[in-house]
Design a protein around this ligand. Structure first.
Ligand code: UDP
Ligand code: MG
Length: 216
C-alpha cells in the first residue's frame, strides 16, 4: 500500500503535458515520501493520450494506466481511478497542470492535522471572463438544485484518506459528482488555498452542456 496515490482523469491531454505531469508529481511527492504511485485514467481520448500513458507506465514503475471504453466524463474517470488507488492517501487532480503538483506537500500536511478530506480552494482563476461567468452560472444551478453550498473555488484537487475512499467506492451511481459524493459520505473536511495555474495548452474540454451532463 503506497503512502500516496495520485488519480488524474485524462481526456485528450498532450504527450508533453502528461510527461511533465509525471515529472513534476515525482519531484513534489518525493519531498513527502518515495512510496507513491500515479494512476492515469484515459477517459476515451480521441488523440494519442492512451499510447502516451501506456509508454509512461512501461518506463516508470510508479505510473499505472487505465482506459475507459468511451468518454464518460471526468467524474466516472476519477471513480475508476479511485477503484484502483490503494494509497493511505489519495490525491485527485486534473491532468492538465492547472492543479499544480507542487501543492501536494501542503495538501498532505493539512490532512495530517486530522482531516479525511482536504480540498484546494483556487486562489487565482486565470480563466477568461466568459468561462468564469459560465462556471458561476453552473454553481448557481448546482446549489439551487442540490440544496447544498458548493464552493465554486473548489475543483477536483483534493486529498482523501483510504477510509473515505472506501466509502466513496460503495456509491456506484452512473451520474456522478466527485465533490458531491465525498460530501455525502461525511468524514472530517478541510481546505487550503493555493494558486491555480493557467491552462497549459488548448482549451477546456467542457462546453456548458457537457459540464452539466457529466457533473450532475
Ligand atoms: N476530463 C476527462 N473527461 C472529459 C473531460 C475532461 O477526464 O470528458 C479531464 C481532463 O483531462 C482534465 C480534467 O478532466 O484532467 C478537467 O478538464 P478540463 O481541464 O478540460 O476542465 P476545466 O479546466 O475547464 O475545469
Ligand atoms: Mg483544466
Amino acid at each position: 500500500m503506497p503512502e500516496i496515490s495520485v488519480v488524474a482523469p485524462v481526456y485528450n491531454q498532450r504527450a508533453e503535458t502528461l510527461a511533465e505531469l509525471v515529472r513534476r508529481l515525482s519531484i513534489s511527492i518525493s519531498a513527502v515520501t518515495e512510496d507513491f504511485d500515479i494512476v492515469l485514467v484515459d477517459d476515451g481520448s480521441v488523440n494519442d493520450a492512451w499510447m502516451v500513458i501506456s509508454n509512461l507506465a512501461r518506463t516508470d514503475p510508479k505510473v499505472r494506466g487505465f482506459r475507459l471504453a468511451r468518454n464518460f466524463g471526468q467524474h466516472v474517470a476519477i471513480t475508476a481511478g479511485l477503484d484502483h488507488a490503494d494509497g493511505n492517501w489519495v490525491v485527485v487532480m486534473d491532468a492538465d497542470l492547472q492543479d499544480r503538483p507542487e501543492v501536494i506537500p501542503e495538501l498532505y500536511a493539512k490532512a495530517q492535522e486530522g482531516y479525511d478530506v482536504v480540498f484546494v480552494n483556487r486562489a487565482q482563476r486565470p480563466e477568461s471572463f466568459i468561462y468564469r461567468m459560465v462556471a458561476a452560472f453552473f454553481y448557481l444551478i448546482l446549489n439551487a438544485l442540490s440544496g447544498q453550498d458548493y464552493n465554486r473555488l473548489q475543483g477536483n484537487f483534493s486529498i482523501v484518506s483510504a477510509n473515505a475512499v472506501r466509502a466513496f467506492r460503495l456509491l456506484r451511481e452512473p451520474g456522478r459528482f466527485y465533490g458531491g459524493i465525498l460530501r455525502w459520505v461525511g468524514f472530517r473536511h478541510g481546505s487550503i488555498t493555493a494558486a491555480h495555474a493557467a491552462r497549459d495548452a488548448g482549451q477546456t474540454s467542457y462546453s456548458f452542456i457537457k459540464r452539466v451532463r457529466f457533473a450532475v
